[in-house]
Ligand binder design. Structure first.
Ligand code: PLP
Length: 419
């Protein structure tokens, strides 16, 4: 049981709402197409659902109709499969794509948990084939999604000779392992008019042609991320590709499900997304500082006026980035620097963030008391108004992206479902 007052609230209602926003966006782009051929959305729940808890979010997304979920390890896929087991059988059949491939010692668990592996290396096909043979499974019982490297150069097989060689592999030629899907990943999906994305789509197209030539007919063709869902141009080009080979298109949003719109260039704000996670703590101690008194490691905070400091029991051990530490107050613009919300107002972080503690300057906030709830991320209203802190703010201050802010929230912070 966790009794320390540091926790993260996960709103499944908002998660479902964001899925709906994504679905509406896709439907709007497909006004001309037959409604029964709308692109499917694979809900990405890797890295413990971007720090939100895969056992909470996975079943909620499946129950809301997500037929594919994406993870990046077999271990996580197994945890997710067990979590889906609580759903009625038609929902627990949700497909789980392991987007990182399989490694030695993982193929048995992948098959036994009904995971679909993304593959591009010969050894991955061999591991799956050996595990299928050990189980006496018939040809085609284990299917994979083939990843094409169209320019990201991270995972995948390049179109042309490398792909031709892979397709010659006996387990593919014989159909013992079936290719159920073909996918690629864009290196700059957020740049809506990026020539590189167009070039990647062309290379993807040539790979699909090569597969058709080899007699491989995938059911699924997928690419793209959150930004792609909101980008009419990229969606249209992909739709044409999928239709060209008689497959169903799938897009793979992650971040937007959790309520963060991708920062696209040119900017395009999809409305209606709401952050799913709120990170909270409480004030556990208060003290007064006289002018000139320092606080925290190396006294990098020094009071320039009579100051009231509030202590919160959250620190970098919880995943709060130490780059959010607050310097001497006059050295920062009043509106910049990191803050938490107390009584609906912004309270600046005072001094160094410690492993397990962070202090806040609450001098200007009236009526602060031990026990007050503090929002590290999320919304809060109080007597003086309401405010919101998002992972974008932390990300900008730390020179990173909201993905990292969210999935760095440590495992010791309990995730609590609200709504
Ligand atoms: C993480 C990931 C996504 C989702 O990207 P977002 O930017 O979070 O929408 C899609 N596809 C792959 C292969 C990924 O690794």
């Amino acid at each position: 049981m966790s009794t320390r007052p540091v926790w993260a609230e996960v709103s499944l209602e908002r998660l479902r709402g964001n899925l709906e926003v994504l679905r509406r966006s896709v439907a709007e782009h497909w006004l001309d197409g037959p409604p029964d051929n709308l692109p499917e959305l694979l809900a990405v729940v890797k890295a413990d659902a971007y720090g939100h808890g895969v056992t909470l979010c996975g079943p909620a997304l499946a129950a809301a109709g997500a037929r594919w979920l994406g993870v990046t390890s077999v271990e996580e896929g197994c945890v997710l499969r067990r979590a889906l087991g609580v759903l009625p059988s038609h929902l627990s059949a949700t497909r789980i794509l392991v987007m990182s491939g399989v490694w030695h010692g993982e193929a048995d668990a992948a098959i036994d948990h009904g995971l679909t592996a993304q593959v591009w290396e010969r050894f991955q096909l061999e591991l799956l084939h050996q595990a299928a043979s050990r189980r006496g499974l018939p040809a085609g019982a284990v299917s994979v999604h083939l990843e094409i490297d169209t320019g990201m150069a991270r995972q995948g097989v390049a179109p042309g000779r490398a792909l031709a060689e892979l397709l010659e592999h006996p387990v593919l030629r014989s159909g013992r392992i079936a290719v159920d899907g073909v996918m690629t990943h864009f290196s700059a999906a957020e740049r809506l008019l990026e020539p590189e994305t167009e070039a990647q789509i062309l290379r993807f197209s040539s790979a699909l042609g090569q597969l058709a030539g080899a007699g491989i007919v995938p059911r699924w063709v997928h690419a793209g991320n959150s930004a792609t869902v909101f980008s009419r141009g990229q969606c249209g080009a992909l739709q044409a590709l999928a239709e060209g080979c008689g497959a169903r298109l799938m897009l793979r949003p992650g971040l937007a499900l959790y309520g963060y719109a991708p920062r696209t260039i040119p900017a395009q704000e999809p409305g209606g997304l709401e952050p799913v996670l709120s990170w909270k703590t409480r004030i556990v101690s208060l003290r007064e500082l006289g002018v000139g008194q320092g606080a925290g490691y190396n006294s990098i905070f020094r009071a320039t006026r009579p100051t009231r400091l509030a202590l919160t029991p959250v620190g970098y051990g919880d995943g709060l980035n130490r780059m959010l530490s607050g310097l001497e107050p006059s050295s920062l613009e009043p509106s910049s620097g990191s803050a938490m919300l107390v009584r609906g107002e912004r309270a600046r972080v005072a001094g160094r963030i410690s492993m397990d503690q962070t202090m806040l300057d609450v001098t200007d906030i009236r009526g602060v008391a031990i026990g007050d709830e503090v929002a590290i991320l999320g919304e809060q209203s109080g007597p003086a108004g309401a405010a919101r802190l998002t992972a974008w703010e932390h990300a900008d201050l730390c020179g990173t992206i909201p993905y990292e802010v969210l999935c760095r929230i440590a495992a010791r912070v309990p995730r609590v479902v609200v709504g």
